[in-house]
Design a protein around this ligand. Structure first.
Ligand SMILES: Cc1cc2nc3c(=O)[nH]c(=O)nc-3n(C[C@H](O)[C@H](O)[C@H](O)COP(=O)(O)OP(=O)(O)OC[C@H]3O[C@@H](n4cnc5c(N)ncnc54)[C@H](O)[C@@H]3O)c2cc1C
Length: 457
């Protein structure tokens, strides 16, 4: 009987898994995950994501065991490890999901060459980690969309493949050794409130979300204290949820909330098709504004204050403290902290993107770098010079100040929306502020510096 290897990467699930479905067709299968040391060397193995990954791998293994199989884990150079397993199992083909980063592309090409040199085949499957494949819809005369609205129009009209169930059984050949699965115990530097990973918890979240969360999504997705978004982002990043299946299920649920939610899933695909076409956008400006950014060297103290959540702007600081505590931040928080760093402080977007990637459990090259570029005005935003005022934003999206009080104990005794401008407090209210810093920058001075830098003054 022929043997296939299914190489799991950022698709750590059994439901709606095209590579597994293709390989499981009357064959023995080696479900393989390689802890790629190249990813560690690139500085991408942040503790929060390693912990979440460990949960995902354990859950995947448990799901495979329920079906008669198991997960094989190896560590090392991914290409070498896959080739070793292929030789041990005498497999004739490897199935894996398509990916978009430059690193993933280079790795895929090396793997293809190495396998073909041994007479084996590599099958790459689209629509495993996106609903619509990068390049699946394109504008006339270009390989990718640079503007979301027309992309979304075509994306929405694109017929999706059906979503597949999980396999009933998986037969793994005997004698293929595996390393011990990792666990989050013993990992240091984890965020205290880090979410749990794995397909089982992810699927429970989806059921609960479609039953009682998504309907209000359109109205409440920007409500900072309400925390009314899906929190699927780490599950989408590690692929414990399938975007295709999510779109189908949300569309079946129907209504304006589900539509708004599906639109966000399209944003995710949008950034992936930009990065697939412009892989240098992970580090270089997508549309440069010739900024001469301030850096760690020239704005070190302000950058530290931003990272530690002590800029003196409560909503910025609350969001940065949420990031540190949970390894996750609300989208509105991400927007306004990124605007504050890149525009009010005029610091290089790469400094902020790096810090987010060090902590975010959903830290994702496409979504993170391109959202940072969006906010820095070097990306796909059609209003590249917009600046979010943290006080106005706070009053709109945290009207009573509950989000700020949740994350900033120094301000817990300040009542109502006045918590957003503690520097204006007087008398007893002022006395209630317990050691919270004054603003590190005057907003109008920050704005003037940014306008000058962009030649808009
Ligand atoms: C500066 C900055 C950095 C970001 N970094 C990341 C990152 O590293 N990883 C990441 O997954 N998202 C990132 N985002 C996008 C967004 O903030 C998160 O996806 C979202 O907050 C996750 O919460 P949720 O799952 O509850 O989202 P929901 O609002 O429930 O949305 C559902 C899903 O849609 C996708 N989505 C939502 N908003 C966006 C968006 N603006 N761009 C792309 N996809 C989106 C996500 O996959 C999300 O899980 C970033 C945004 C900004 C402004």
């Amino acid at each position: 009987m022929n043997v296939s290897v299914v190489l799991f990467t950022s698709d750590l699930r059994l439901h709606d898994h095209p590579p597994l479905r293709a390989a499981n067709d009357a064959r023995e299968v080696v479900p393989l995950f390689v802890r790629d040391t190249g990813v560690d060397a690139a500085g991408f193995a942040a503790p929060n994501r390693l912990a979440f990954l460990a949960d995902c791998l354990r859950d995947l293994d448990a799901g495979l065991r329920e079906r008669g199989g198991r997960l094989v884990l190896r560590s090392g150079d991914l290409v070498e490890e896959v080739c070793k397993v292929v030789a041990e199992a005498d497999a004739d083909e490897v199935h894996m999901a398509a990916d978009v980063s430059a690193y993933a592309h280079r790795r895929e090409q090396r793997l293809r060459r190495a396998l073909e040199a041994e007479g084996r085949r590599l099958h790459i499957h689209d629509t495993v980690t996106t609903a619509v494949a990068p390049g699946g819809v394109t504008p006339a005369g270009s390989d990718h969309f640079a503007v979301f609205t027309p992309y979304f129009r075509q994306w929405s009209a694109q017929p999706l493949r059906e979503a597949f169930g999980a396999p009933r059984s998986v037969r793994v050949p005997e004698g293929i050794g595996s390393e011990e699965l990792p666990s989050r115990d013993g990992l240091s530097g984890l965020s205290e409130g880090l979410a749990e990973g794995g397909e089982t918890v992810a699927r429970k979240r989806v059921t609960a979300w479609l039953r009682s969360g998504v309907q209000a999504y359109e109205d409440r997705h920007d409500d900072l204290p309400g925390d009314a978004t899906s929190r699927f982002s780490p599950h989408l990043h590690f692929g414990t949820l399938s975007p295709v299946e999510l779109v189908h299920r949300a569309r079946r649920a129907g209504g304006p909330g589900a539509e708004a939610f599906v639109r966000q899933l399209a944003w995710r695909d949008f950034h992936r098709q930009v990065l697939a076409a412009r892989q240098d956008a992970a580090t270089a400006d997508y549309r440069t504004k010739h900024d001469r950014w301030r850096s760690e060297r020239t704005a070190g103290e302000e950058i530290e204050a931003w990272k530690e959540g002590r800029t003196g702007y409560p909503v910025v600081d609350a969001a940065m403290r949420q990031l540190r505590h949970e390894g996750w931040m609300h989208n509105r928080g991400r927007l306004l902290t990124a605007s504050f760093l890149t525009k009010t402080l005029y610091v290089d977007w790469r400094v902020g993107a790096r810090y987010f990637l060090d902590l975010l459990v959903d830290g994702d090259v496409a979504n993170n770098q391109l959202n940072w570029q969006w906010m820095a005005g070097t990306g796909t935003d059609s209003r590249p010079n917009r600046v979010l005022n943290p006080v106005t934003q706070a009053k709109r999206y945290d009207p009573d100040g509950a989000y700020v009080r949740r994350w900033i104990p120094e301000l817990a005794a300040v009542e109502g929306p006045s918590v957003h401008e503690p520097w204006k407090l007087r008398g007893l209210d002022r006395a209630a502020v317990d050691g919270y810093p004054d603003p590190i920058v005057d907003l109008s001075e920050g704005l003037a510096r940014f306008k000058r830098a962009r030649g808009k003054d």
